[in-house]
Design a protein around this ligand. Sequence first.
Ligand SMILES: Cc1ncc(COP(=O)(O)O)c(C=O)c1O
Length: 423
Amino acid sequence: MHPMNEPLHPSPLDIAWCRGQFPALKRTEDGQTAVYFDGPAGSQVPQSVVDAIGHYLIGMNANHGGLFPSSRQSDALLDEAHRAVADLLGAADPRTVVFGANMTSLTLALSRAMARTWQPGDEVVVTRLDHDANVQPWILAARDAGATVRHVDVRPDDCTLDLDDLAAKLSSKTRLVAVGCASNAVGTINPVEEIVQTAHEAGALVFLDAVHLAPHARIDVERWGCDLLTCSAYKFFGPHVGILWGREELLRELPAYKVRPAPDDIPGRWMTGTQSHEGIAGTLAAVEYLAALGRRSMPEAADRRAALSAAYQCIAAYECELVARLLEGLASLPEVKVWGITDPARTAERVPTVGITHARLTPAELADYLGREGIYTWHGNFYALPLTDALGLEPEGMVRIGLLHYNTAEEVGRLLDALAEVE
Ligand SMILES: Cc1ncc(COP(=O)(O)O)c(C=O)c1O
């Protein structure tokens, strides 16, 4: 038995309860329980999310604004989903929560609108640590406006963002800094509040990609002081729905691309076309799942926000321990190289998403081998193309082991055993 298989120290996270909520985790491959380390590409969902989607479709499936009961019920449920996501994001006003197809589509629409406010000579700052959905939309928008794009480097030794380079790339011409909260390839958490402050001192707006942070840590738009933020429900235990939050005056004033009969209020002017109402119902259920998780450790939580804060405390403590075990185990495998923060003492600076390469196997070969062992991982660049490019890992990329709070020390042990035995 690999030493990583020993049970974790007691954690306030009730792992048995959590796993019991996710029916997909019962899946078996050749008699072995499947190990889902593919969460960064989309998490599994609790039964309550499945039920909420079905309940919506059976009980209140209707378009907006109808003067009949199912439409009224549907609208009330959608309003509650805006409130729930505002709680999740730490936003004061539920109208500043926009739903859409996914983060990429919302960001492309926003970037087109922002481009109309830029001029030649303006500058936009993006980073090499980001998913391309937070890079290319801004490159395209800058191209359309004749603006210039500046790229912030990463420190290759630990895949952290080079904050000195960020400061050097800012000037009075900078209109926008687009940065991720956490890397979806190597797990680095960026010091978001510090970045927002530095960018604001230069007079720039800040757009945050919180897609990869959302299943791991509390988002707090009011405290962080950012201007715009996106995430995706399918990464935090919900269905395929994208989320955009923006400061009220920005959402109200930016020139959104919309059709004429659609409401010109917020969030209506950004929620183009008919939404996936059932998906939004499922998103509400995903937030409620997290709140329920928090209430298990803090039954006295005054409201949904407090319960969500408690949930993220449990999740972070549990995941820190789990990833420390994974990093310790990987360090003992001479053929495996970890990209990013490897020091188990620095787990608070990363989420439990670990990018590795193998001395003999390509990422595709390794992911295929693990897949046959019933361990689901991703290979390639995961659209974090600026990073894999900067690290010289294109075209093959790396293997990504993406842990979520429903994963266990035993699963980490199974992965380490499989890696130790790879031929
Ligand atoms: C960090 C990050 N940003 C953006 C995206 C794009 O999200 P979506 O699939 O909702 O467009 C992803 C998806 O993997 C991601 O991991």
